[in-house]
Design a protein around this ligand. Structure first.
Ligand SMILES: NC(=O)c1ccc[n+]([C@@H]2O[C@H](COP(=O)([O-])OP(=O)(O)OC[C@H]3O[C@@H](n4cnc5c(N)ncnc54)[C@H](O)[C@@H]3O)[C@@H](O)[C@H]2O)c1
Length: 458
């Protein structure tokens, strides 16, 4: 009751404004930032490898439609010759297409390479891209094992080129607000965090239909998905992860199903299976995947109960940071709803935040953060819903990447060091499960965890 009263008074006094005032650093700077480049510089010549869903949507058509004053596509590549042609059409590009990456780099000599292939192949393109003279933007995760991490770090050092990681989760206003509250010392010195992420039986299940179900392709959800979450933790905690102890199991998908087929279109159980997915009803997916199956045999509507699923669907980890912060983390991939809960405990109080993505409460248009101070009242901060993808993060990220001169007040810009530490937590977790022992991140690559995270604007 006391909490409710203080909540109401806070809303009455400050409304949603409290959650928005410091949230969009780009708004003022954008207009001035944009025009100098148009006048003074050529467009950035961009090549993209991996014309799947993310390559075509987040990067392809979006850059073609919304950022065409600053960038132009000079080459598109995919190992699937049909998909690269479909991709070109969906993106609306007029550049040449390739199935031979080296040939694309030789012939087009791009300023910038965007890497949106399957996770386990990122390192090949990041390294060869930099060696060919391009800067690189890669989708997360940076890569899937520690040897590949080291190879990327070495190549960046050797070539002097930059590789930027697209941690779009950092850019959601709700998460930026948490960063801001921590930086402002609102809960004193941060000491521990509880972070629990839930993937539902729609989005979560989709990972088990696709290449993500194989550790060899995705590094498992520890890397493919949780690298987003570990990056958020690294960024909020502002320190490097030092030791990881983890548990994991496959309790729901894969071999746990009562029946299975190779994919939904060839299945006899469609009427009884709650996971039946009719890809033919989705014209975008049909064009991108079904129409190009004949080139590589990839089934986008794979059965979530296939025997070959070798990733975990429930995971838990205890992580210690170099600055002493301890984290309790979990990821569940078969939840009835999608979202997360985070609690950050400090010497003067605690921040609680949560998001329920798939079934949001209908009469609110904001996400909430509760700041509870020891021996004091709680404060409820509302951060309005953002309209673009991934909690508004996708657009803000692209603005920062392509609109010149945009500031970085929340230190959201991420390079290979950030990409490496984010995936090394998941890599260490896999290794901890295999050995039953805690794993030190310092032993995985040449990167040594620091008490205060290094920040470098790229
Ligand atoms: N940041 C985010 O929120 C977010 C969201 C979705 C996907 N992603 C990332 O984007 C990347 C692509 O994911 P997606 O969902 O588009 O997958 P997808 O399967 O739709 O696309 C991957 C594409 O890469 C191509 N490919 C694979 N290996 C290749 C190779 N050796 N050479 C050339 N092409 C190759 C495939 O043929 C396919 O067209 C992944 O790394 C994924 O983790 C990030």
């Amino acid at each position: 009751m006391k909490d409710r009263m203080s909540r109401r008074s806070f809303l009455a006094a400050s409304g949603a404004v409290a959650g928005t005032t410091l949230l969009n650093p780009l708004r003022g700077a954008k207009a001035e930032a944009v025009f100098p480049r148009v006048k003074m510089q050529e467009k950035i010549r961009v090549a993209l490898t991996g014309t799947g869903s993310r390559g075509c949507g987040m990067w392809g058509s979006s850059l073609s439609n919304d950022y065409s004053a600053y960038v132009e596509f000079v080459g598109l590549c995919d190992k699937n010759q049909g998909r690269v042609e479909t991709g070109k059409r969906l993106i609306g590009a007029s550049c040449p297409t390739y199935t031979d990456f080296e040939k694309m780099m030789r012939q087009t000599k791009p300023d910038l390479l965007i890497v949106t292939t399957t996770d386990a192949t990122h390192h090949e393109f990041i390294i060869r891209g930099m060696e060919s003279g391009a800067d690189v933007i890669t989708e997360k995760p940076l890569t899937t094992d520690e040897k590949k991490v080291q190879a990327i770090l070495d190549a960046e050092k050797k070539t002097g080129k930059n590789c930027r990681i697209t941690f779009n989760y950092r850019y959601s206003p709700h998460r930026a607000k948490i960063w801001e509250l921590l930086k402002a010392g609102e809960i004193g010195e941060l000491t521990s965090a509880d972070f629990h992420w839930y993937l539902d039986t729609s989005h979560g299940a989709d990972y088990f239909r696709r290449w993500h179900r194989l550790v060899a392709c995705s590094g498992s959800l520890w890397v493919h998905k949780a690298s987003h979450h570990f990056d958020l933790l690294n960024w909020w905690i502002d320190s490097d992860p030092e030791t990881v102890y983890a548990l994991g199991d496959l309790n729901f998908y894969g071999k746990n199903g009562r029946y299975r087929a190779e994919n939904c279109r060839s299945c006899r159980h469609t009427s009884e299976c709650r996971f039946y997915f009719d890809i033919m009803k989705d014209s975008y997916y049909k064009q991108l995947y079904v129409d190009n199956e004949r080139y590589d045999g990839y089934l986008r509507d794979g059965c979530v109960f296939r025997d070959d699923v070798d990733i975990f669907d429930k995971m838990a980890a205890t992580i210690r940071y170099k600055n002493g912060v301890q984290v309790s983390y979990s990821l569940t991939a078969y939840s009835p709803y999608e979202g997360y809960r985070i609690a950050l405990n400090g010497t003067k109080g605690r921040i609680d935040a949560w998001i329920q993505e798939s079934h949001p409460v209908s009469d609110v248009n904001y996400d909430e953060i509760v700041v509870a101070r020891n021996f004091s009242r709680r404060e409820y901060i509302q951060v309005p819903f953002a309209s673009s993808g991934h909690g508004g993060g996708d657009k803000l990220l692209k603005d920062q990447l392509f609109l010149p001169g945009t500031p970085d007040p929340f230190k959201q810009c991420a390079g290979t060091r950030d990409g490496a530490f984010a995936c090394l937590v998941g890599i260490a977790a896999r290794s901890s499960i295999a050995s039953g022992k805690p794993v030190d991140i310092a032993g995985l690559t040449s990167l040594q965890p620091q008490a205060v995270k290094e920040y470098r604007r790229i």
